[in-house]
Design a protein around this ligand. Structure first.
Ligand code: F6P
Length: 249
């Protein structure tokens, strides 16, 4: 695990965006695994600016998102479809056929999970996976206790995750109780992974991810079993990590 300490969110975003660009330049038909949440917003902005500035070809790119709330149609403003459209797909200029998210409004969510897992295999797997981390250590919506061998599935969200994510909704009760999420084993098949974290509120989750025991109570700790993971995080998130493990920019 390569751990890069950055000075601020802007630096985190530009390093992450540069890694996405490296992947795209090396493989124009790359498959990007993408995350939502507040953490990757700057990375998306910087990547898009750079793609336009350097006139990079994105017409062969495919994107596969990690998760979606069960019950929210793509048109729902709090859906991850809407988030991706606003922060990435539209400003980058991707065609709808290039982008993929689980359908939160699928009539049979379990069947949708299977379709989505099969789709990831059909596109040949993920070349570059971007991840955020939940305050409780979740990656995608794989909450503490999720089996390491899990694949794309329907999950119940913890009270903590619903509380944390209620900041995006009008009322706490509006936060869906379930989500469709790529599983931990699915994520681990990505060829390279970049995990982003900033701020004190991610400190405990990052400490457990990097220095705690590798176990299912700390879902992000599984990443230590992957050969190509880079954590890009700020001082606040890395406060408890031993100096010798950290690379500073
Ligand atoms: O980036 P944020 O908003 O702190 O969210 C962290 C993580 O939580 C989620 O938003 C899900 O709760 C993930 O998609 C994200 O990686």
């Amino acid at each position: 695990m390569n751990i890069i300490q950055v000075n601020d969110t802007e630096e985190m975003s530009s390093i992450a965006a540069e890694k996405m660009i490296d992947c795209l330049k090396e493989k124009p038909h790359a498959v990007f695994g993408l995350a939502t949440g507040s953490t990757p917003e700057g990375t998306y902005r910087t990547f898009i600016e750079q793609v336009h500035e350097r006139k990079l070809d994105i017409t062969k790119l495919t994107t596969i998102n990690l998760d979606e709330y069960v019950g929210l149609a793509p048109s729902h403003p709090m859906s991850y479809h809407a988030y991706m459209k606003q922060h990435f797909f539209t400003p980058l200029g991707l065609e709808p056929s290039q982008t993929n998210l689980p359908r939160g409004d699928a009539p049979d969510p379990e069947e949708e999970a299977q379709r989505y897992e099969a789709l990831i295999q059909q596109v040949g797997g993920i070349d570059f996976q971007l991840l955020g981390i939940g305050e409780n250590g979740h990656i995608a919506f794989n909450e503490p206790g999720t089996p390491f061998q899990s694949r794309t599935q329907v999950v119940r969200l913890t009270a903590n995750t619903r509380e944390v994510n209620s900041r995006f909704f009008d009322k706490k009760e509006d936060v869906p109780t379930h989500a469709l999420t790529m599983g931990l084993a699915t994520i681990m098949e990505a060829r390279s992974i970049v995990l982003l974290a900033n701020g004190e509120r991610k400190r405990e989750a990052i400490t457990r991810c990097i220095e705690g025991e590798i176990n299912e109570e700390a879902p992000a700790s599984i990443l230590r079993n992957h050969a190509h993971v880079t954590v890009i995080a700020d001082k606040e998130a890395l406060r408890d990590i031993s100096e010798e493990k950290i690379q500073k920019v």
